[in-house]
Design a protein around this ligand. Structure first.
Ligand SMILES: NC(=O)C1=CN([C@@H]2O[C@H](COP(=O)(O)OP(=O)(O)OC[C@H]3O[C@@H](n4cnc5c(N)ncnc54)[C@H](OP(=O)(O)O)[C@@H]3O)[C@@H](O)[C@H]2O)C=CC1
Ligand SMILES: O=C(O)[C@@H]1CCC=N1
Length: 268
């Protein structure tokens, strides 16, 4: 990796990407960051030794620009950035909802744009990053993007038409698991366990179940069946989950997340 990468709007996701790039061997001199607040810029410089520059300087200096501001801040960023981005730069957007066409309309004709939906496990190198090409992005641009995001987890390519669904599933996905852990810990307390014990039991069960899902190659139904003994405890719980419509709640919830991602496309 010898190309310069700039992370514009280095908040939670942007900082995790900077950290991943450096751990993968990219020299701090080849990584630029931008921030809205001077104290945030200083913090990133202190932590990682990377140079904090203006958005305009980043646009002029970096081969790849990764935009990690919130969707609602993307309009202001593009107004500032667009006049300074040469058409041979690769622009990677990490924002939920915003289509590549929106960037293409604001950048010089022919500028390659790639859209990525990652997730917060990027902080522990276990991200799921979902990648789509815009109209002018070639195989080489997709590979460059994959190379960056592979340092912090897995990558998968999908057509851009599937990005709002991917945002609902893996972009927001970690939040659903945290909610589940929270609810199950409360249940443990209801059953008389100390909070710390309940938390540890659920977290380790979640880790064990996740590793089995990833490594066994078995369908989740098979894995669940192996836990569910005839007339046993698990089926008693599953009856209640079905009675309370948990499966239907997930279908409705992910539809709502997908719809919100679509709405963000028009919200800047
Ligand atoms: N959080 C998540 O789980 C996921 C988020 N995403 C997407 O990633 C993006 C970033 O999310 P996240 O990291 O959580 O958000 P953060 O708010 O942590 O990071 C965004 C950063 O951009 C800065 N910023 C805003 N405008 C500008 C500007 N014009 N120039 C320079 N910096 C600017 C903000 O500054 P300030 O600190 O002053 O606000 C902030 O530090 C979003 O688009 C989101 O849709 C994608 C997948 C998962
Ligand atoms: O909630 C959000 O809008 C962002 C995008 C995916 C996860 N967090």
């Amino acid at each position: 990796m010898t190309q310069t990468v700039a992370v514009l709007g280095a908040g939670k996701i942007g900082e995790a990407l900077v950290s991943g790039l450096l751990r993968a061997g990219q020299a701090p001199a080849d990584v630029l960051v931008t921030a809205r607040r001077p104290e945030r810029a200083a913090e990133l410089h202190r932590r990682y030794g990377v140079e904090a520059v203006s958005n305009e300087q980043a646009a002029k200096a970096a081969d790849t620009l990764i935009l990690t501001v919130k969707p609602q801040d993307m309009g202001a960023l593009l107004d500032e950035l667009a006049p300074h981005v040469p058409a041979d730069r690769l622009v990677v957007s990490g924002a939920a909802g915003v289509p590549t066409g929106w960037f293409e309309q604001r950048l010089a004709p022919g500028t390659p744009v790639v859209r990525v939906m990652t997730n917060t496990p990027v902080l522990v190198d276990e991200a799921m990053s979902v990648i789509s090409a815009g109209a002018h992005a070639t195989e080489e641009h997709l590979r460059r993007t994959e190379e960056i995001f592979r340092h912090v987890g897995r990558t998968v390519r999908v057509p851009e038409s599937q990005q709002d669904a991917a945002t609902a599933l893996s972009g927001s996905g970690p939040a659903y698991f945290y909610l589940l852990v929270e609810a199950m810990t409360d249940a443990g307390i209801l059953l008389g366990l100390p909070r710390t014990v309940a938390h540890d039991l659920i977290v380790q069960s979640a880790i064990g179940a996740s590793v089995m899902l990833r490594d066994s190659g078995e369908h989740p139904v098979k894995l669940r069946e192996a836990v569910t003994s005839p007339a046993g405890t698990t089926i008693a719980a599953i009856r209640e989950l079905e009675n309370h419509g948990v499966r239907a709640a997930f279908l409705a919830a992910l539809e709502a997340a997908r719809d919100r991602s679509r709405e963000l496309a028009g919200g800047r």
